[in-house]
Design a protein around this ligand. Structure first.
Ligand code: ADP
Length: 320
């Protein structure tokens, strides 16, 4: 391939810029022309395409968000929208695209690949909910942000003998809640993947720890469960512990990427271009046991990934 493009799509994640940088630099160093598409598939349809060179990606490796902007594009889910996108590729001489995003974006990449524009997906989402990959770009930064925020909440929770019921992101997945939950010493972690019972896992568990002298509590709740306001009220009613719901919200998405996210993004972006260079599309780059691999998009989208029960059980045993 002589000319490729790169876009970021779906929810933004820290480290996406490091991936864009790796894509642009790898392409340039291997004699390919490269353009950036602003605002994901929407920018492809609307021709928001900008030439990139080695210097266009200077000073972005340390920045959160995405310099290419991101968007959700409903039009692209319809055949007419896809056809517009393909026409735009033809008009701009784009022969292949690196799509950095979540599994929704990978479905878009699959649809383009099927219609003759080879695409390679790079997993970028804070939620770590892409089945084919052990790791997704942005996850480590987000975990550390949650940990930092909850450490701060804990200071005030402790000072007032309160309970903080904290909701973290993750869409339908509990990776963020579980791993941040163990890192902040949450008394209980509620995730969609594992059965829970509010009486048993929250109220009785808190009552038991109260008897051992505990006076302040962190309860970690995944976005996929929600209901933190109601839960805080119930705790206050049943246990007479002043309780507050804290929804961390979009603060979890931002900030400078951690070292891990910068390194993984650089590796994955590089691999994506190497595939396109060989004319290989319809692939997803992933991490398996600390190694960068790639696999077929169709296969990748059919895979499932489970939450680590062992970590959950350890949290239950030691955060008491
Ligand atoms: P993420 O990539 O983070 O999972 P979304 O699910 O919002 O985020 O998907 C991002 C974009 O990818 C959508 O706005 C749409 O343009 C495209 N997309 C999502 N799902 C599909 C699909 N089933 N088929 C084609 N394109 C899709």
């Amino acid at each position: 391939m002589k000319k490729i493009a790169v876009l970021t799509s779906g929810g933004d994640a820290p480290g996406m810029n490091a991936a864009v940088r790796a894509v642009v630099r790898t392409a340039c160093e291997n004699g390919m022309e490269v353009v950036g598409i602003n605002r994901g598939f929407s920018g492809l349809i609307n021709n928001e395409i900008i030439p990139m060179n080695i210097r266009s990606v200077s000073d972005i490796i340390h920045r959160g968000g995405t310099v290419l902007y991101s968007a959700r594009c409903l039009e692209f889910k319809e055949e007419a929208g896809i056809q517009k996108a393909i026409q735009s590729c033809k008009n701009n001489g784009i022969e292949g695209i690196v799509v950095i995003g979540g599994d929704g974006s990978f479905r878009g990449a699959r649809d383009l690949s099927l219609r003759g524009i080879p695409c390679v997906g790079v997993p970028g989402t804070i939620d770590n909910d892409i089945a084919c990959s052990d790791y997704t770009i942005g996850y480590d930064t987000c975990l550390n942000t949650i940990m930092d925020m909850v450490d701060r909440v804990r200071d005030t929770t402790e000072s007032h003998d309160r309970c903080s019921v904290i909701e973290v992101m993750g869409r339908k997945a509990g990776f963020l809640a579980l791993n941040a939950g163990i890192a902040v010493g949450a008394t209980t972690i509620l995730v969609p993947e594992f059965d829970y019972d509010i009486e048993r896992d929250v109220i009785e568990r808190m009552r038991r720890t109260q008897k051992t002298g505990k006076r302040h509590f962190i309860i970690m709740v995944a976005e996929g469960i929600g209901g933190v306001e109601e839960l805080a009220r119930k705790i206050e009613n049943d246990l007479k512990v002043e309780s507050r719901a804290v929804i961390l919200g979009h603060v979890q998405r931002g900030g400078a990427p951690t070292c891990k996210d910068r390194v993984v993004a650089s590796q994955m972006g590089n691999r994506a271009v190497k595939l396109l260079q060989q004319g290989i599309g319809n692939r997803v780059v992933a991490m398996k046991q600390e190694k960068i691999i790639d696999l077929d998009i169709f296969e990748a989208l059919c895979m499932t990934k489970s939450l680590d029960r062992e970590i959950f059980d350890i949290a239950y045993e030691i955060s008491i």
